[in-house]
Design a protein around this ligand. Sequence first.
Ligand SMILES: CC(C)(COP(=O)(O)OP(=O)(O)OC[C@H]1O[C@@H](n2cnc3c(N)ncnc32)[C@H](O)[C@@H]1OP(=O)(O)O)[C@@H](O)C(=O)NCCC(=O)NCCS
Length: 334
Amino acid sequence: MRQAKILGVGMQLPERIVTNLELESMPELDTTDEWIQQRTGIEARHYTAPGESGVDLALPAAQEAIEKAGLTPDDIDFIIYATLSPDYFFPGNGCFLQDRLFGDRPVGALDVRTQCSGFIYSLTTADCMIKSGLYDHILIVGAEIHSTGLDFTRRGRDVTVIFGDGAGAVVAGPAPGDQSGILTSALYSEGKYARELWTEYPASCATSRLSHDILDQGLHYPKMNGRMVFKHAITRMSEVTHEVLNKTGHTVDDIDVVLPHQANLRINQMVAAQLGIPEKKFVNTISWTGNTTAATIPICMYDALKNGRLKENDLVLLVAFGSGFTWAASLIRW
Ligand SMILES: CC(C)(COP(=O)(O)OP(=O)(O)OC[C@H]1O[C@@H](n2cnc3c(N)ncnc32)[C@H](O)[C@@H]1OP(=O)(O)O)[C@@H](O)C(=O)NCCC(=O)NCCS
């Protein structure tokens, strides 16, 4: 069976940089640069301009990934678009991206809703489609706009300070006859914790999807049990790493580079300690991106490539945890 590999990576962040000091200057938010840095490792994040959409960010990231893969849009057979913050309730962002990228050429587009694990779920889906021979070149996007949905008052400060906007994209394609490519993946969800990190409204299951009362109570903002997320993230990210290593006959010492989800620098430091992997093998972008959910891993990958931290033949671990709860890992021979 042919292998699938990542052929090109792209990224796009909105122009506007919002520092912790800017957040500190908002009296209603009641936060400080010191608190944010100490608890999360975040110094700044990017916010979209008014009217800028998720697809506006995804488009240049996708175009760059296609170009870096040495391909043109005509070579792309399918789109997988991971986001928890689609531009509209429906249709999915994949359809809007199809229009912007391909115009009159119809291309299949699948939106993936597994939050912070969305990129690994998408990559794994693409891997299976390529291995099976269904498609040759698949565009995988992770993109989010959080800034338009955050509660900039004390009530929402725990969530608001950690999220940022951004997009990352990769093109995956066949790697015939060699040992490189996506070796294996593992994907999980545990819905009993769904309400520990979620946005409840607008809700189709409610009598009224949205009401003045819901807005007044701020129930349309994301809510998080930070301590529970923190604890589960460390356990599950370590566990799923061991699983993909065991499945492929590798050990933690074989890993050259870790591209982890960027939720909190302290989570990644604790995962490194628990696994016994030196922290210098972890690529972290959180200080300047914040948590960009499905976009974090492709952004991290882009940064690692740009800085020469990801080289041919490296054994690369992708690992993520987030809302759902969902968690996932992939092991790649680069
Ligand atoms: C959110 C998080 C940074 C909070 O850190 P924590 O050490 O757990 O802090 P707590 O929630 O226990 O709150 C401690 C205090 O800080 C306060 N606080 C919370 N957010 C704050 C902010 N932005 N600025 C200042 N103070 C804040 C709390 O109100 C609380 O005050 P109190 O002691 O007077 O009640 C941390 O729990 C975390 O990162 N969790 C994982 C989040 C995550 O990964 N989410 C995305 C998953 S993909």
